[in-house]
Structure formats: structure tokens, C-alpha cells
Design a protein around this ligand. Sequence first.
Ligand code: GSH
Ligand code: FES
Length: 160
Amino acid sequence: MSAAVRAGWRIGAAAAALRGRAGRPLSQATGEGGGAEGGGGSGSREAVERLVREHPVVVFMKGSPAQPLCGFSNAVVQILRLHGVEDYRAHDVLQDPDLRQGIKNYSNWPTIPQVYLNGEFVGGCDILLQMHQNGDLVEELKKLGIRSALLDAEKDQEKK
Ligand SMILES: N[C@@H](CCC(=O)N[C@@H](CS)C(=O)NCC(=O)O)C(=O)O
Ligand code: FES
């Protein structure tokens, strides 16, 4: 196990705190969220909840994994790629203004990208980068039954 992964164990509590920061959704109280609420539209709490539960890894971003249209969204795609995570659900908020607002209401987080693991909001690109650096991402992926490709890369290094 690498130092980074070991460190991840120690800093596990930090990631939990970061996740805690996401809190619960703003709830139905955000009724007037720029037309993104109510009526079962794509930005409604119910619609967003369905989306985040649709796949173990769900990303709300600008553009697509094949063609990110913002550096922050691109960073998330690249970090996931480093870990060999290519199988995830991505939603392009530039295609859907209601979803763009609705996801912010849902997570109580003001920016895109947003990453959800097992239906739980994890963070944006800064948090994902931090979790990548401190080993927490490897651990969180493990909980989803996903083995990070970085662990195998590490093993190859050890053999050399
Ligand atoms: N520090 C943020 C960077 C993301 C960010 O600042 N996103 C901005 C510019 S792409 C945003 O979503 N603004 C609101 C919007 O475009 O709806 C993170 O960690 O994810
Ligand atoms: S679209 Fe301008 S910073 Fe993301």
C-alpha cells in the first residue's frame, strides 16, 4: 500500500467532513429556484434524486467526458480517468438550464462540476483533486466495488 493510500486512511475523517459540508439538499424550501423547481421538471428535487441514484458514479459537468467545455469539468474527467473510471453517468448542464440550477439546489453547492458517489454528493473539482491526492478517492471507489487503476499502476512500479 502506498504512502498516499495510507495517508488516505488517516485523512478519511477529513473527507467525511468535506462530504458533511454538502449537507442535505436545500429541500422543497427552494421553491422559486429560477424555474428549476416543482412541476417535476428536470431541475426538481425528485428528478435530480433519480439522476444521482441512476449509477454509482454520476457527474454533472459542462460538456461531455469526450469533450469537456470547461477546465473544471475537464479536471474531474481526467482525475476519474487516472483511476480507470470511464463507466459513469455524465450530465451536461449546458444542455439543460433547469438541471444546472436544480443540481445546485439539491446539493446546496453553487458550482459545476459536481460528483456523486452512490447517490451522495462528494464535491466539485477541488474536492475530487484533494481526495485524489490524499488517497481518499481510492477508498471511496473501493466502497463502490471499483478498483482504482492507480493501485495496479503502483504494483507495476513495485515490480520494477
Ligand atoms: N472551485 C470549483 C470550480 C468550479 C467552478 O467555479 N465552476 C463555476 C464556473 S464553471 C460555476 O459552475 N459557476 C456557476 C455556473 O456556471 O452555473 C470546484 O472545486 O469545482
Ligand atoms: S465555464 Fe468558465 S470557468 Fe467553467
